[in-house]
Design a protein around this ligand. Structure first.
Ligand code: NAD
Length: 284
């Protein structure tokens, strides 16, 4: 993997939740490339192992660990395994997250004629509380619980950091996805809260807010079967001054800067957009 610059993370242990996924898989690889021992945590052991194997084949040191960010016992179990095999956590990346179709409306706007029951549409009135709850839990609790479990090992450790993963939706909600937007707004808010709360024990907390990157979780929303952009993808491109989607490796400079004590020791409680200008553009 080509990383933008090297920082020295030898002797550091990084825990990356959602590390079996696209964005956080590349975060895990970059941290390993800089010398960190990496625990790749994912609900799917298979996906966690795939990322860890890739790192180990490239000369790094990583283990795949199955864990559910919504279950404290599962995280405690993972913490035990990680401490035994790699040592205690210095760097926590809270990357597991995502949306659910039951917290998503079919249309961008509500029209009077759609407000009666219609099997083909999920309107605002049909949003399923369990779907909404799932999304809030995955993104918000899924950030809070790993932070509770792993910061126990990070108190007053030199260079201890947490990086959360927020989203453009946290600044201005995207149409159709109120649950995901609200949940990511909560992640940004919590990033600031936790940075303040942890400031006396030397743990810095920041977040990256990625713009739009084509990954498993949004592929069907953005790319048609024939490879062309969907209407929604084209809208995103029209509102991104740089007129393209991001590539996962374009998040790595921000990640490494925020992780590195030498580079960002006074940066705390921030949410950094990496978005090709999306959040700066009013659309006019
Ligand atoms: P992804 O679906 O590729 O990866 C998410 C990973 O999280 C998956 O491997 C999944 O197995 C894992 N996961 C899901 N539930 C879990 C649980 N309960 N416990 C542990 N692991 C769990 O998604 P991605 O696009 O790489 O997204 C990574 C993060 O970036 C997410 O928080 C996402 O919301 C955020 N994000 C993505 C984009 C984008 O454009 N792709 C933009 C902004 C923010």
């Amino acid at each position: 993997m080509k990383i933008p610059f090297n920082i020295d993370l030898r002797d550091k242990v990084a825990v990356v939740t959602g590390g079996g996924g696209v964005l956080c898989g590349s975060f895990a690889e970059a941290l390993a490339e800089c010398g960190a021992k990496v625990a790749v945590l994912d609900l799917s052991k298979e996906k966690a192992d795939l990322t860890a194997d890739k790192i180990n084949k490239n000369g790094g040191l990583a283990i795949g660990v199955s864990a559910n960010v919504l279950k404290k016992e599962s995280l405690e179990e993972a913490r035990k395994i990680i401490t035994e095999k790699l040592g205690s956590c210095d760097i926590l990346i809270n990357g597991a997250g995502g949306n659910h179709h039951k917290g998503t409306t079919t249309k961008e706007y509500l029209y009077k004629e759609d407000s009666e029951s219609n099997e083909d549409l999920i309107t605002f009135f049909d949003l399923d509380p369990q779907g909404v709850e799932f999304v809030f839990n995955l993104n918000f609790l899924g950030t809070l619980l790993p932070s509770q479990v792993f910061t126990k090992d990070m108190l007053e450790k030199e260079g201890a950091v947490i990086i959360n993963v927020s989203s453009m939706n946290a600044f201005t909600p995207l149409t159709k996805i109120p649950a995901y937007s609200g949940a990511k707004a909560a992640v940004s808010n919590f990033t600031k809260w936790l940075a303040v709360h942890m400031s006396k024990v030397g743990i810095r907390v920041n977040a990256i807010a990625p713009g739009f990157f084509v990954t498993q979780q949004n592929h069907a929303l953005l790319i048609n079967d024939d490879g062309t952009y969907t209407e929604r993808a084209q809208k995103i491109i029209n509102n991104t001054p740089m007129e393209r989607f991001g590539k996962p490796e374009e998040l790595l400079g921000t990640l490494l800067w925020l992780v590195d004590e030498n580079a960002s020791s006074f940066v705390n409680g921030t949410v950094i957009p990496v978005d090709g200008g999306f959040s700066a553009y009013s659309g006019v």
